[in-house]
Design a protein around this ligand. Structure first.
Ligand SMILES: C[S@@+](CC[C@H](N)C(=O)[O-])C[C@H]1O[C@@H](n2cnc3c(N)ncnc32)[C@H](O)[C@@H]1O
Length: 243
């Protein structure tokens, strides 16, 4: 049966907005449960690989409830967190403290059409966001536009392991346990069976790497996490963007 939050084409963003409006209050809890708390380690690794220097301008795109934005701020970056979901941003803003508030601002915006001037940021991160965009290539180009030459892009997202046994076990987890958490905490299994639906249509790590290169990124590398259930990509903004 079709997943009500996975819409093809022009309606893609509407489905994703509905999804995150439904899950926002329980998003952090379910993240901890479905990954056994490990998403915290993967996000920490992402921030480490970004090699943020104090005072750098960072953009956390598809920031959701703000995990990465807060972590970048702890490294001394001045962070803009952008997301199109008002409900997710509401949770992020509730998590602001007197300390983080000096370094992080959250605002509503679309990753495919950012309000920022060209070359505004030294670091851009997008964690579990690229897979949700209507057009991954357009997203990578828009990120390249707002990043300074030499600036870094870090991407964290789901992937399928290449080992067939591990892939089968992991797919079973996404098909059964994860939707059950959606049903239990959001009253709707579709909120979380969406992950598998969207992952089936998301390019594999090598293809994402190739797309990064065509969108204006060089020195592209990626790391498999936990036998390939997640991938971390890193790229450096080329000096001249492809025309
Ligand atoms: C799975 S959450 C990830 C949140 C956070 N980055 C994390 O790692 O926990 C995906 C987020 O992407 C946001 N999103 C999806 N498409 C977007 C778009 N086109 N523009 C801005 N935000 C978008 C959703 O609203 C949601 O908050």
């Amino acid at each position: 049966m079709a997943n009500r939050y996975y819409q093809e084409g022009e309606k893609r963003a509407d489905g994703v907005k509905d999804l995150f409006a439904a899950v926002a209050p329980r998003y952090d809890l379910i993240n901890d449960l479905q990954s056994f708390g490990m998403h915290r380690l993967w996000k920490r690794r992402l921030v480490r690989l970004a090699e943020v220097k104090s005072g750098e301008a960072a953009l956390d795109l598809c920031c959701g409830t703000g995990d990465i934005a807060f972590a970048l701020a702890r490294e001394g970056a001045q962070v803009s967190g952008v997301d199109f979901s008002a409900a997710m941003l509401e949770v992020a803003r509730r998590r602001l403290t007197a300390t983080s508030g000096c370094r992080v601002t959250f605002e509503q915006g679309d990753a495919l059409s950012l309000r920022f001037d060209a070359q505004s940021f030294e670091v851009v991160t997008i964690s579990y966001g690229l897979r949700n965009l209507r057009d991954n290539d357009a997203g990578l180009r828009e990120i390249a536009r707002v990043t300074r030459p030499g600036g870094r892009l870090m991407i964290l997202d789901f992937a399928f392991p290449s080992n067939p046994v591990w892939k089968a076990l992991y797919t079973l987890h996404l098909k059964t346990v994860v939707p059950a958490l959606g049903r239990l905490f959001c009253g709707d299994a579709d909120t979380h069976s969406y992950i598998l639906e969207s992952l089936k249509r998301y390019p594999g790590p090598a293809e994402i790497g190739r797309r990064m290169e065509s969108a204006g990124w060089k020195d592209v590398r990626w790391w498999n996490v936990l036998g390939g259930v997640m991938t971390l990509h890193r790229g450096v903004r080329v000096d001249e963007q492809p025309g």
